[in-house]
Design a protein around this ligand. Structure first.
Ligand code: NAD
Length: 451
């Protein structure tokens, strides 16, 4: 069976390494961070991701880690590059972590007799694989891409929190290939590791690079469309975004996914892939108004919802934010709605307390010392006159009903996700569902009554 090496044991690379090992591949993973290497070799998850620790324990000696990329290439038939590609000011992605890895792979291939497959999994800007990356591999190895070694661009469409499930059961597999032998070898690896029989889209590098950004930009546009509907429904008595988007999703041209109608998208992929597509368009002299409008709309949502939420309390009343991560089941707070909302409210001079089951609050709250970190969800609720459900962690639904109520004056619970409907009508709670026009009247009452 093909032996695999993985460069980068981060949020994506570590689960991938464990998945390959669990499916019987021998895996040599590499990271420059000695703690991650040490963790893997001790059978411990180097990053937080549901199911990862169990998978590493089950790898049965097939997974090892080191800081030696050249040894990893020698040990394997195919190398996956999964290092970070940070966003630049211009909206593009930096190759500053990819290039040293490509050079190390090139050095190892120079002395290796056998054919080697290099797979670039990290998200890169269109044009990068066939130029900088390929040229570096050829220059350093002294070999020809397509003859002596193969190169594929094959990004993942996974969500943090469900990386393992998503990797095993992809909607489709995207392969940009230097030649058909390289593409076939990668498709065969995926056939062995995936649990479904997903379609494989094989193409040249540039089309695969554009497709990766296009998929995420399309999804962000769909999310924003549903969010726009939610904001419209909030203004129209009796309108309910759930009803509207449920019907919309029945149309096979549209489909039900990502049509919740809630809050801004965030995380390490959606916002930046969207902006990268606009950057590609700008560089190429094409227009990208749709992608730009989505990004603008997404940012505006933070301010808009902060304004709306603030109207439910007086200037001195504390607002509690439940959920700081960009989605449940992850500790990532990058561009997360909850965190940005807490910061926006705090910048408006509102006292804010926040809680998240996963995020390291002190780190997440960073320079915003004005935002207090609660030690538990009940503490966050108790200390607040207005509580906002910003991230729909399942455990917030399990909080006992009586914890939400308040005797002195009803506590306002603003449910951005319509996930706490059991609080509607509970004594001591004024339950506000966003995306629901029935609340418009109450909202007007709230704003006129609070000043
Ligand atoms: N995280 C996601 O949800 C996700 C989803 C799809 C695509 N991606 C893409 O995958 C890539 C990796 O993302 P991530 O979230 O895993 O990043 P990350 O920052 O969590 O991990 C990157 C890892 O690479 C290591 N590294 C850096 N230089 C190295 C080197 N020279 N040799 C070996 N290791 C090195 C770092 O120490 C780190 O552990 C990015 O291009 C990202 O856009 C990520």
């Amino acid at each position: 069976m093909t032996a695999i090496s993985i460069m980068g044991l981060g949020k994506l690379g570590a689960p991938l390494a464990a998945c390959f090992a669990a499916r019987g591949f021998h895996v040599h993973a590499v990271d420059i961070d000695p703690q991650k290497v040490d963790a893997v070799n001790r059978g411990v998850a180097p990053i937080s991701e549901p199911g990862l620790a169990e998978l590493i324990r089950e790898s049965d000696g097939r997974l090892k880690a080191s800081q030696d990329p050249e040894a990893a290439v020698r040990d394997s038939d195919a190398t996956f590059i999964v290092v970070s590609t940070p966003s630049e000011q211009t909206g593009g992605f930096s190759l500053r972590y990819v290039m040293p890895v490509a050079e190390a792979i090139g050095r190892a291939m120079r002395v290796k007799r056998e054919y080697h497959l290099v797979v670039l999994t990290s998200t890169v800007m269109p044009g990068s694989t066939g130029t900088e990356v390929k040229n570096t591999l050829e220059r350093v190895s002294g070999k020809r891409c397509g003859d002596d070694f193969g190169l594929c661009y094959s990004p993942e469409f996974i969500a943090l929190g469900s990386v393992i499930r998503d990797f095993y059961n992809p909607d489709f597999l995207l392969i940009g290939e230097s030649d058909s032998h390289a593409g076939e070898m990668l498709a065969e690896i995926y056939r062995r590791v995936c649990k479904n029989s997903a379609q494989v889209a094989r193409m040249n590098f540039i089309n695969a690079e554009i497709t990766k950004l296009a998929v995420n930009t399309f999804v962000t546009t769909k999310i924003s469309f549903a969010n726009m509907l939610a904001r419209i429904c909030e203004k129209l008595p009796e309108a309910d975004v759930n009803v509207v988007t449920s019907a919309l999703g029945l149309d096979s041209r549209i489909g039900p996914k990502y049509l919740k109608g809630a809050v801004s998208y965030g995380g390490p992929c959606f916002p930046r892939d969207n902006r990268a597509l606009a950057a590609v368009a700008a560089r190429a002299g094409a227009t990208s108004d749709l992608a730009e409008a989505t990004d603008r709309f997404n940012r505006v949502q933070i301010k808009l919802l902060a304004e709306l939420i603030r109207q439910y309390g007086s200037a001195t009343e504390t607002i509690g934010v439940l959920g700081l991560t960009y989605k449940p089941d992850t500790d990532v707070v990058e561009e997360a709605f909850g965190l940005l909302l807490a910061q926006e409210l705090s910048a408006m001079g509102v006292p804010v307390i926040a809680y998240d089951p996963s995020a390291d609050l002190v780190r997440a709250l960073g320079s915003h010392k004005a935002i207090r970190a609660a030690r538990s969800a009940p503490e966050c609720i108790n200390e607040s006159s207005v509580v906002v459900l910003a991230t729909p962690w399942p455990e917030f639904r399990d909080i006992a009903t009586e914890q939400w109520g308040r005797h002195s004056a009803p506590r306002v619970v603003i449910d951005c996700w319509r996930a706490l409907s059991h609080l509607d009508g509970v004594e001591g709670v004024r339950y506000v569902r966003l995306g629901f026009g029935g609340e418009t009247e109450r909202q007007e009452t709230a704003s006129s009554g609070s000043h």
